[in-house]
Design a protein around this ligand. Sequence first.
Ligand SMILES: Nc1ncnc2c1ncn2[C@@H]1O[C@H](COP(=O)(O)OP(=O)(O)OP(=O)(O)O)[C@@H](O)[C@H]1O
Ligand SMILES: O=C(O)[C@@H](O)C(=O)CO
Length: 432
Amino acid sequence: MGMGANIVLGAIADDFTGATDLANNLVRGGMRCLQVIGVPQEEIDLADIDAVVVALKSRSCPVEEAVNDSLAALNWLQKQGARQLFFKYCSTFDSTDQGNIGPVADALLEALGASQTVMVPAFPINGRTVYQGHLFVGDRLLNDSGMQHHPLNPMQDADLVRVLARQTPHPVGLANRAVLTQGSTATRAHLSALEAQGIRHVICDSLDEQDLDVLAEATVLMPLVTGGSGLGQALPAQYRAQGWLATITEPGRLSPASGGGLVLSGSCSRPTLAQVADFLAKHPDGGFALDPLALAEGEQQQTQALAFARQRLSEQAPVLIYASAEPTNVAAAQQALGAARAGQVVEEALSQLAVTLVDEGVGRLLVAGGETSGAVVSALGITTLRIGEQIDPGVPWTQAPLAGSEAPLSLALKSGNFGGVDFFTRAFEVLA
Ligand SMILES: Nc1ncnc2c1ncn2[C@@H]1O[C@H](COP(=O)(O)OP(=O)(O)OP(=O)(O)O)[C@@H](O)[C@H]1O
Ligand SMILES: O=C(O)[C@@H](O)C(=O)CO
């Protein structure tokens, strides 16, 4: 038996902060959870771990790459003995007519020799619900929620049966709320009836946690489930009922945090902009704004930002370095530099600051933005994150071992759209 003989759930997440979101809910359900960055190249110790989430960057890449990376992750998770597989995508079903949700789900089903999976994107506590197969964000249909303007995957149709049908050659079915309200046995019977008709993918309604509990009970024996992190919180209770998982006290317990605190933000999402403004209102001298145009010109702004952070850290004062900017400023930078280059100079600047300042003693680091988090974590050479306590729905503190350092780094990776307005200050209070 390998070191991972007790892994119950193996998850494949299509982006970085999405992986952390799922891992957070698994901890809340009572599992000890490790997030790994990409498919591990070396053996890792999973002795006290119940669930592993492999974080990929497969949401917006070409279909073939997403399929290959997901299959490699599946293969590794199977070797660790995972009893159930979970394909995690965004609670707003981020995808295009080409994929990648349909093609990846099809490839995973085929590799597992399984004939059906469920699609459960709902995340009710963050306002994502599904009714009659239609996805809502708060009280808006998906295609009226702002997501219709997403730069990479504009979501212009809220009918997920129709959306998924464009991404797979197989027929797509629906398990609606009328079925769920009859309970898990009836839901399982409904899924079996669809399976008998050759329906491989079933979009599932869910309005609240109770619906997710019914779905978890109905699907615990499926080889593969797919969805957002909501289902992830409901599954661990079913694993306990199956006798696969012991009752674990404090599954999110981490070593004590130490070292200076730093916030780096490269997210320009609306909630992040409000969090930046809230931080600056509380700490008017605590923020340093990065400008992609200045960063592209030379070293000067980077040097100033570093000096600013060092000064604040030496005073043990809160410090935020941010490129977060209003849409008009982002558009102007993108016009001047090109969107890719604008993003790249910001990601490089924030990554370099992270590497230097962690080396100098920062031990508690908060990063805002999925792409930004990916860049910072790679630059720091981090390959595993142990998941700790939740700060806000979808965002936990995590801890990562650092090469050449005894103390682990405490790290919070915030998805752009997540977190309360006071997130940048309260996160450190939660950790204290
Ligand atoms: N002022 C700016 N002008 C242009 N691009 C910027 C600016 N500030 C940040 N960026 C870039 O915008 C991108 C923001 O993406 P990121 O994924 O980090 O945040 P997000 O989209 O809010 O988060 P999530 O993916 O978690 O929803 C990054 O590539 C970042 O470098
Ligand atoms: O499911 C969500 O909403 C998040 O975990 C996410 O994937 C955001 O990019």
